[in-house]
Design a protein around this ligand. Structure first.
Ligand SMILES: Cc1cc2nc3c(=O)[nH]c(=O)nc-3n(C[C@H](O)[C@H](O)[C@H](O)COP(=O)(O)O)c2cc1C
Length: 181
């Protein structure tokens, strides 16, 4: 995948059980010689330690709006250098915040600062995905210019079935390839 070579791709990771697939996504981008920078929400760090993404991306992982050792204002500097933002997995909470323009942590603040293309891969329980509020928020963020790789149907982590699984990593990468300027 030559397209990704040396490209600065910002990966937003939120607190979904599909986070293990974000590990694969970051590793795949690194193998494709991209320069992935990972930003995690606090809930995401409860599910997978930032050190895992640090090892997979080969770069520092960003979790805090304040007191980042590498950036005085990470919501601005990380956004400025990004050529593409991929938020995978994207929780219902993240979609709601983005749709409303809420900026209360590093990832949500940064989303209001980026000017590059944005790709979102939602992941959640099927009932959450079908909820009118979530569907409404998905429509709003699409209308605002984000590209959504829709969740797929299948077995969910809770033991039920339905549409809510994060799209396969290959599908996210294919969409990302087409979006890089
Ligand atoms: C084990 C576990 C798994 C979760 N998986 C999901 C999920 O797949 N999708 C989702 O929207 N929320 C999920 N949640 C709930 C979110 O973590 C919660 O809404 C949180 O506020 C999201 O915060 P964030 O968007 O800042 O990461 C899960 C919670 C737990 C404890």
């Amino acid at each position: 995948m030559k397209t990704f070579e040396r490209r600065r791709i910002l990966i937003g990771v939120t607190g979904s059980i599909a986070i293990y697939k974000a590990c694969e996504l970051v590793f795949a981008l690194r193998k494709a010689e991209a320069r992935p920078a990972v930003v995690m929400t606090e809930c995401a760090t409860r599910l997978v330690a930032p050190e895992t993404f640090r090892a997979l991306s080969g770069e520092p992982v960003h979790t805090r709006l304040f007191a980042d050792d590498h950036h005085a204002m990470p919501h601005i500097s990380l956004a400025a250098e990004a050529e593409l933002v991929i938020v995978a997995p994207a929780t219902a909470n993240f979609l709601a915040k983005l749709a409303a323009g809420i900026a209360d942590d590093l990832l949500s603040t940064l989303m209001l600062t980026v000017s590059c293309p944005v790709l979102l891969a939602p992941a959640m329980h099927a009932q959450m995905w079908a909820h009118p509020a979530v569907q409404r928020n998905a429509e709003i963020v699409k209308h605002d210019g984000a590209h959504l790789v829709e969740p797929v149907a299948g077995a969910l982590a809770c033991g039920t079935e339905g549409k809510g699984k994060m799209a396969p990593v290959e599908e996210i990468l294919r969409a990302a390839e087409g979006m890089l300027p």
